[in-house]
Design a protein around this ligand. Sequence first.
Ligand code: TXA
Ligand code: MG
Length: 298
Amino acid sequence: MVAIPTETVYGLAANGFNALAVAKIFEAKNRPSFNPLILHIGNKATLDNLVAEVPEKAQQLIDAFWPGPLTLVLPKANQVPDIVTAGKATVAVRMPNHELTLSLLNSLDFPLAAPSANPSGYISPTKPEHVAEQLGDKVPYILDGGPCSVGLESTIVKIDGDRAILLRPGGLERERIEALIGPVELPQGNSIEAPGMMSSHYAPKKPVYFGTLATLLQEHAGETVGVLSFNKAVEGIPGEHQRILSPTGNLQEAATNVFQYLRELDSLPVDVVLAEQLPEKGLGIAINDRLTRAAVKP
Ligand code: TXA
Ligand code: MG
């Protein structure tokens, strides 16, 4: 088991064909066994060993976006161990866009099963230091690939025949997917299609409140607050208690900073963290999704 860099977040990786190795990941993360893992591959040809079929829409997405921050959920091949898929008939696969990890993957004759390298429920790691801080005693080796260029986990799309279902917004914008294959559906009702999408997730230790800053500041007027804002500082709050995701309002920059800044705010002497809602478009959708999950439920 080793920690690996990817363009999205750091992963905690083990041989995806070896059930015992995979079990160690669940143990190190304290991850519930019903939550399946993503298999990582180093080239597109390897996909055929892992899945039972590659529908047309999946092939189009692969051609356009791999390597990249897109995970596809497809019918699984028999040889994928049940522990990887948590007993599901489908398997999640992606080809990460990180030179070091691609060359590692291409030197192996098995895929790497890897969830994000954080204790289950906490913020995902976007730097090797984050892994060392939280799992350092459990992970014998961290492959240092520097800070993650995307900073948010991959977008997960399930392809079921001709249907495409968005299970998790992430580092690849929904708009780009829809421009290629047409509209994607959202999961229906309260069935948890991606078991990792439980509502309490990505949560720092400090209570986080998410919404419009003006409202949040009023509601927490008597408290010492930390502020995570999109592009502007808030007047009347000490600068060292504030983090601005992107002063120029660039969503890509905001994505690379959001997990790092949540960690920093979590370690400040503040009572609560107030997180501003970003524009609900492009990467803003995935950032808002993570902040909502990090936040105290209304
Ligand atoms: O960017 C990423 O995707 C990172 C890097 C390391 O690749 N990985 C990551 O893994 O975010 P993890 O385990 O933190 O999230 C994987 C998500 C979980 O929500 C899990 O429930 C879902 O993928 N998932 C995995 N297999 C699935 C399946 N067969 N059907 C539905 N959801 C699945
Ligand atoms: Mg995770």
